[in-house]
Design a protein around this ligand. Structure first.
Ligand SMILES: C[S@@+](CC[C@H](N)C(=O)[O-])C[C@H]1O[C@@H](n2cnc3c(N)ncnc32)[C@H](O)[C@@H]1O
Length: 280
């Protein structure tokens, strides 16, 4: 069977997916260890039976809803590939806004030398910041030791292990004795209703998505023990924004808090400029 015939058949099998052609091209590229463009310009190339069997196995898993990133083992984020496993959230394109904003703040504030990424998962935020801003040291914490194994691997691949320091534990607890200039976090923020309404989310770790009770409250309490922090950037969603603002306003005066939308116009980032003293 040729690559073209295989792609056509598999596309039919995935026709309920939102992007069947792209999905099968990415899977075949992964199986053949070739760029997608090379496969598309050689569609009459015959494919070996073992490769066909492996490809169909991946297509079958995709048909059952498994995200492409888990099937191929990586996800592109801010121009770099990050290893992902079923213990890590798949980096989202929307999170690139947090990177852009953080880099903007770093460039405008020479005094920012250390950043803490809380709930680092694959490490996509911490590692991207370390790679894009070579003068910055990044602390990366997560409550999942499995996630931190993946972070460690990604830091090594992207050659920033010397400036990405890992901490296992609850929020900022592993950083009790560290001086931190800025905190960034993409904490779990999916509501129970959203989780139930989106079956595709069930493939990712629940603990990375569903907001546990009082997470933000605990986060704010820990932040207040670090008066040296100048900026806090939090990824958020329109569904949770009002609740989070209510909590944040107990700790920070409203004029220190700004909201930024993503490209779709949804509120996506909360920035706290702590140069104005916290309320507590
Ligand atoms: C939404 S994911 C974000 C992962 C990654 N930063 C990204 O943007 O792709 C949230 C992460 O926070 C971690 N997490 C959840 N509760 C935590 C806690 N109390 N302390 C530290 N990390 C936590 C999860 O294990 C998960 O890796």
């Amino acid at each position: 069977m040729t690559a073209g015939q295989l792609l056509a058949r598999a596309t039919q099998l995935l026709k309920t997916s939102t992007s069947p052609s792209l999905d099968v091209e990415v899977l075949l590229a992964y199986v053949l260890k070739l760029p997608r463009t090379v496969i598309l310009s050689n569609i009459n190339q015959p494919i070996k039976p073992m490769k066909i069997a492996y490809f169909y196995w991946l297509v079958w898993r995709r048909r059952r809803g498994s995200p492409i990133a888990y099937l191929v083992g990586f996800k592109e984020f801010y121009g770099r590939n990050f290893k992902v496993t079923q213990q890590t959230l798949i980096p989202r394109p929307a999170t690139e806004l947090l990177i852009d904003k953080t880099l903007g703040i770093i460039r405008a504030n020479d005094s920012i030398k250390t950043i803490a990424d809380i709930g680092t998962g694959s490490g996509c935020i911490a590692i991207t910041l370390a790679a894009e801003a070579p003068h910055i040291k990044v602390y990366a914490t997560d409550i999942s030791k499995y996630a931190l194994t993946v972070t460690k691997h990604n830091a090594r691949i992207h050659k920033v292990s010397d400036r990405v320091i890992l901490g296992l534990g609850n929020l900022l607890e592993p950083l009790r004795n560290c001086k931190i200039d800025m905190v960034v976090a993409n904490l779990p923020y999916v509501t129970k209703d959203e989780y139930e309404a989106n079956p595709e989310l069930k493939f990712e770790p629940k603990s990375a998505l569903l907001e546990p009770a009082e997470l933000l409250e605990k986060f704010c309490q820990q932040l207040s023990k670090h008066p040296e922090i100048k900026f806090v950037l939090l990824e958020t969603s329109p569904q949770i924004l009002e609740n989070w603002l209510k909590i944040l306003k107990k700790y920070y005066s409203p004029d220190t808090i700004s909201i930024f939308p993503d490209l779709s116009g949804n509120s996506r980032l909360i920035m706290i400029d702590t140069n104005t003293s916290p309320n507590v």
